[in-house]
Design a protein around this ligand. Structure first.
Ligand SMILES: C[S@@+](CC[C@H](N)C(=O)[O-])C[C@H]1O[C@@H](n2cnc3c(N)ncnc32)[C@H](O)[C@@H]1O
Length: 194
């Protein structure tokens, strides 16, 4: 990422962190991805030369900004799903502000519903939503991972390990996937069928 853009994006992250600190209700917080994790996933997108990326949980578009920028060299496309219309709007404003909206489709929808119709076209899928739903998402995510070379990334697997324990056990128990937990930010899980 270009240095000036990085500085602006980090300033935005600090602003969102301050806003989150003033909110009591967890669900009202932005809960943005840590910049270290966003940086690592951006490297993966660039080196994978991803053509299609799916983000499940947009919030106000902080991680979306990183991924949209990383997809620029490959002219790749990003689809990002968020259930709250007001958050989709906020994300749209941020993308426009950073001139990164061109290759991004922001969709206001329920992830569970979206996944029932999703096709295995994505090179990289980033899951960052309500963790209690992940087990129910797995059959659909598993289907998306049938695309050769595709990678699923799940945030908060160290910070909220108990919430995702059953989900991770389910993936590892199937024996068909390779997993790795990376200690960056809140901890990210990598899952691939390769
Ligand atoms: C942790 S935040 C995402 C943060 C974002 N990826 C970032 O780093 O900036 C989770 C988001 O998922 C959304 N969400 C939760 N459940 C959802 C669902 N069933 N369908 C779509 N979005 C959902 C929430 O409204 C919230 O904005």
């Amino acid at each position: 990422m270009e240095q000036k853009l990085r500085q602006r994006i980090i300033q935005l992250y600090q602003q969102f962190k301050k806003e989150d600190a003033q909110k009591e209700n967890r669900l009202e917080k932005w809960r943005n991805l840590e910049p270290e994790s966003a940086e690592l996933i951006s490297i993966m997108i660039k080196t994978q030369q991803s053509k299609n990326v799916l983000e499940l949980g947009t919030s106000n578009g902080f991680s979306t900004l990183w991924f949209a920028d990383a997809l620029h060299p490959s002219n790749g496309k990003l689809v990002s799903i968020e259930i709250e219309e007001s958050r989709t709007q906020q994300a749209k404003e941020h993308l426009t502000d950073f001139q990164l909206s061109e290759n991004v489709a922001l969709i206001t929808a329920d992830i569970g519903q979206f996944l029932t119709e999703a096709q295995p076209i994505y090179d990289l899928i980033f899951l960052d939503a309500e963790r209690k739903n992940y087990v129910a998402y797995w059959p659909y995510l598993q289907n998306l991972l049938t695309k050769k070379g595709s990678l699923l990334i799940v945030d908060n697997v160290i910070s909220h390990h108990n919430d995702v324990e059953a989900f991770i056990s389910m993936i590892q128990g199937s024996g068909d996937f390779t997993t790795s937990i990376v200690n960056v930010g809140a901890g990210i899980l990598l899952v691939t069928g390769e």
